[in-house]
Design a protein around this ligand. Structure first.
Ligand code: ATP
Length: 322
C-alpha cells in the first residue's frame, strides 16, 4: 500500500543562485513540479508514495526519475515522452523571497501524459490520490488526469487537490477557472492560497470563500497564508493556525511541503476524514506549518523538504508568529 499517489507535472525549476563574476544571475537546476514536491514531502517524513506523470526522453527526464528514486518514490507510473522535452520553469525571486515563474512548455512532456499511460493498479494501492491543476491545462494530460481521478473516486480513495493558479499556462482566465473548478468537484481536501480562493470563489473573505468550497462537498479546506500560517474549514469547525518564524531563503514548494505534511498525517488515520476532531486537526495543521516553514529555509522545492526529526525539532523549539 502507498500513503499517497500523486499525478501531475515533474519538471526542472531553475532557481536563482547568486551571481557570476560579471554580475549576471546564476540559476541552479532544481527538481520540482507541485505534485512531485508534495510526494517528496510525504516520503521525506517517512510515508510511502508513488508518482504518475511524464517527462522528456532527455537528460532532464533521466535526472528527475533518479531524484524520485533517491527520495524513495515509486516510479512505475513515470513515462517518457518521445515528442516533447521535459518542462522547464525559471523561478524569479523578489526581495521577500516570493517568486514568479517563466515556463518553457511548448508543449512540455508533462502535458503529453495519455489515458493509456495511467497505471490504474497504482491508484488502487494508494490511500490518498493527489492531483493539481497544471495537468488540466492541455490535452492529452487533461483527459488522462480526469480518468485517474474518476478511478480513484470509484475506488473510494481520499482525493486531494491543489488548484495552483499559474496564469501563463492557460489559454485565458475563463478556461482556467472552468477547469480549476472542475477539479474542486472531485476533491475531499483542497489546499489553496488567498489569491486562488478569490479567483475560484469570487470571495476575498476567508470565511465566506472557504464556506463556498465546503458547500461544494470539500471536507477539508486549507487556505495557506505564507508567513501568517493557515486558515482551515472542516466539519469540526474553522480556525487560524499561526506560522513558525524562520529565516526565509526561497518560498518555492512551501505550499507543497505543507500539503504533503497534511496528507502524511491523514494517511495514518484509521477513521474517516469527517470524523477528525478539531484538536487533532489543529495538531496536523501546526505540523504542516512547521514543515512549510522549514521548506522556505533552503533553495528549491524537492531538495528543501524537511525530515520528520527536523519538523519535530521545530515543533518543540520553534517560535510562532502572532
Ligand atoms: P504554492 O505557491 O506552493 O502554491 P502556497 O502559496 O499555497 O504555495 P504558502 O502559503 O506560501 O503556500 O506556504 C505554505 C505554508 O508554509 C504556510 O501556510 C506556512 O505554514 C509556511 N510558510 C510559507 N511561507 C512562510 C514564511 N515566510 N514563514 C514561515 N512559514 C511560511
Amino acid at each position: 500500500m502507498y500513503d499517497v499517489i500523486a499525478l501531475g507535472e515533474l519538471l526542472i525549476d531553475f532557481t536563482p543562485a547568486g551571481f557570476s563574476d560579471n554580475g549576471n544571475t546564476l540559476f541552479e537546476m532544481n527538481p520540482g513540479g507541485a505534485p512531485a514536491n508534495v510526494l517528496t514531502a510525504v516520503t521525506k517524513l517517512g510515508g510511502k508514495g508513488a508518482f504518475i506523470g511524464k517527462v522528456g526522453d532527455d537528460q532532464f527526464g533521466y535526472f528527475l526519475k533518479k531524484v524520485l528514486e533517491n527520495n524513495q518514490i515509486n516510479t512505475d507510473g513515470l513515462k517518457f515522452a518521445t515528442k516533447a522535452n521535459t518542462t522547464l520553469a525559471f523561478v524569479h525571486l523578489d526581495d521577500k523571497g516570493d517568486r514568479s515563474f517563466t515556463f518553457y512548455r511548448n508543449p512540455g512532456a508533462d502535458t503529453m501524459l495519455e489515458e493509456e499511460d495511467i497505471e490504474l493498479d497504482l491508484i488502487e494501492k494508494g490511500k490518498i490520490f493527489h492531483f493539481g491543476s497544471l495537468s488540466m491545462t492541455d490535452e492529452p494530460s487533461k483527459s488522462a488526469t480526469l480518468k485517474a481521478i474518476e478511478y480513484a473516486k470509484q475506488n473510494k480513495k481520499i482525493i486531494s487537490y491543489d488548484p495552483n493558479w499559474r496564469p501563463p499556462l492557460w489559454e485565458n482566465e475563463t478556461v482556467a477557472k472552468k477547469e480549476m473548478v472542475l477539479g474542486l468537484q472531485y476533491a475531499d481536501i483542497v489546499k489553496l492560497s488567498e489569491d486562488e480562493l478569490q479567483f475560484l470563489t469570487g470571495e476575498s473573505n476567508l470565511e465566506y470563500g472557504s464556506k463556498t468550497l465546503f458547500d461544494m462537498g470539500i471536507k477539508l479546506v486549507l487556505v495557506t497564508l505564507g508567513a501568517k500560517g493557515c486558515y482551515y474549514r472542516h466539519t469540526s469547525g474553522t480556525g487560524h493556525i499561526p506560522a513558525y518564524r524562520v529565516n526565509v531563503v526561497d518560498t518555492t514548494g512551501a505550499g507543497d511541503a505543507f500539503l504533503g505534511a497534511v496528507l502524511y498525517n491523514i494517511s495514518k488515520m484509521d477513521y474517516s476524514l469527517e470524523k477528525l476532531e478539531a484538536q487533532e486537526l489543529e495538531k496536523i495543521i501546526d505540523f504542516a506549518n512547521a514543515t512549510g516553514a522549514l521548506c522556505t529555509t533552503k533553495r528549491g522545492a524537492i531538495p528543501a523538504m524537511p525530515t520528520l526529526e527536523e519538523v519535530k525539532y521545530l515543533l518543540v523549539h520553534g517560535v510562532k508568529s502572532l
